[in-house]
Ligand binder design. Structure first.
Ligand code: FAD
Length: 438
């Protein structure tokens, strides 16, 4: 066994970020081991359901030839704004979405991550599941030189380790790269259910004409009781992924139970008919890091780098996470490969990882939306006020009222004034623009 304990690189975590690193490093000829605590890669993982092919292609240029377990291409997407009794839909559908490979596909992580892990093995990485890394090993100069697993005699050594351990970044914290537990205002909690339905029923309910079409809908407003948060509804081949997420702080402050929020959302008159007769196949909850660019952990130190959710790399505004995680995993892998070439694993050298991230969309987007969490936190009324207003306005606009249209338009403006003062609206717009980095 002793000769198997030294590797060129160790990866902790078999999610999109860790597996992307393992693939890139193994392809470059490094001896790589990846530890995944779940029964298999993906077995413990949960997300909403949209995978982005631009990032997958960066890792596996010929991914379509490898039969990725996608559900449906996303050929229609957009937002639904829910008030308690109505919905305004803003959807985008285009023939261009049907060109293969599509820019985005719906998917299920237990299948996708398992497939991605098979690609890592095919490139030559050793993927060891059912094994948790419980500590990081350091030498007397505090350089990371390996990890301790929960296996007997489970110490493994390598000059460079990539921590892709997800949002519960306990090892990153242990190393002092991230500070303590995540505060409830900087982490969202999402509950998700996968509901099985016959293919034909899904297609009829969502206006799809076969497996080459699919929808991805993000919902705001009454879906989260008007509180800052989002809900989602994505079509798979023979199931629907549905879920709601809010800052953990909102659940605590409003004494809400996550499963009750999801049950309430499912019972909304615009949602219930879409799910009718469905069978619950999966149910779970997961955290989403919302700490953003300004509160990211330190991304590298001597012999170690942190990537993906462990470093808070999620763009909640555009529901992107897997793609950021994959790109970060790729950049960390490239920095590790360069470190091997120069035999220098010091923090000074691994800074190349951060430089690559900063030059890419990953950090540029995270930087742009760095104030988004503060915006949501500081304007908790935003979703309710404006989503209810838009629904109200639609009700007036689309109906005849036996009054001149000019009066109807004034009525609409007045109904906003009743919800929020002119100054309040101006403040909200300014704050929103700031949150969006405009
Ligand atoms: P993870 O996917 O969390 O993987 C971490 C892995 O490390 C896990 O397999 C875990 O078991 C393992 N692990 C952890 N600790 C250890 C240890 N000590 N030892 C061994 N193994 C360990 N992103 C999108 O792109 N599209 C979406 O539609 C989307 N929707 C989302 C909806 C929800 C409800 C949630 C929660 C997230 C969503 N995201 C979405 C975000 C996306 O899921 C994450 O950003 C992405 O999974 C991060 O990848 P990762 O590899 O960094 O971490």
């Amino acid at each position: 066994m002793a000769d198997t304990l030294n590797f060129d690189a160790i990866v902790v975590g078999g999610g999109p970020s860790g597996l992307a690193s393992a693939i890139i490093m193994a392809r470059a000829g490094l001896k790589v081991v990846l530890f995944e605590r779940g029964r298999f890669a993906g077995s413990k993982n949960l997300f909403g359901g949209v995978l982005y092919t631009s990032a997958i292609q960066e890792i596996l240029p010929d991914f379509m030839a490898k039969n990725p377990p996608f559900e449906r291409p996303v050929t229609e997407q957009g937002y639904w704004l829910l008030s308690p009794a109505s919905v305004v839909r803003m959807m985008h559908r285009s023939e261009q979405y049907k060109v293969e490979p599509a820019a985005a596909y719906t998917g299920l992580r237990a299948r996708f991550d398992e497939w991605f892990a098979r690609q890592a093995v095919a490139e030559g990485a050793l993927v060891i599941a059912k094994t948790a890394v419980i500590d990081v090993l350091r030498d007397n100069r505090d350089r990371v030189i390996g990890v301790r697993t929960d296996r007997p005699d489970g110490d493994v050594y390598a000059p460079v380790t990539i921590l892709s351990e997800g949002v519960n970044n306990l090892l990153t914290q242990k190393l002092g790269l991230a500070q303590g537990d995540l505060p409830p205002r900087l982490v969202a909690l999402s509950v998700k259910e996968v509901i099985g339905l016959p293919q034909a029923t899904i297609e009829q309910r969502f206006g799809l004409t076969g497996l080459k079409e699919g929808v991805a809908i993000d919902l705001f407003g009454d879906a989260t009781l008007g509180l800052p948060g989002t809900a989602f509804l994505y079509s798979n081949k023979t199931s629907i992924s549905i879920g709601v997420g809010m800052l953990l702080e909102m659940f605590v402050e409003h004494r809400l139970r996550p499963h009750e929020v999801l049950a309430r959302f499912k019972a909304h008159p615009a949602i219930r008919p879409l799910l009718a007769g469905g069978e619950s196949l999966e149910y779970g909850a997961h955290l989403i890091p919302e700490f953003g660019y300004d509160r990211m952990p330190r991304l590298y130190a001597d012999g170690v780098m942190v990537a993906g959710d462990a470093a808070g790399m999620v763009d909640a505004m555009h529901r992107e996470g897997t793609n950021l995680a994959m790109m970060a995993g790729k950049f960390a892998a490239e920095a590790a490969i360069e470190a091997h070439s120069s035999k220098d694993f010091s923090a000074r050298h691994l800074q190349a990882y951060r430089d690559k991230l900063e030059a890419s969309f990953v950090m540029k987007d995270l930087k742009q939306y760095r104030r988004m969490t503060d915006f949501l936190d500081g304007t908790p009324h935003f979703m309710k006020t404006y989503v209810d207003f838009v629904n109200d306005a639609a009700m007036r606009y689309f109906n005849a009222h036996d009054m001149p249209k000019r009066d109807m338009e004034k009525d609409i403006v007045r109904s906003l004034g009743k919800r929020r003062s002119f100054l309040g609206v101006a403040q909200d717009v300014m704050r929103l623009m700031r949150g969006m980095g405009l």
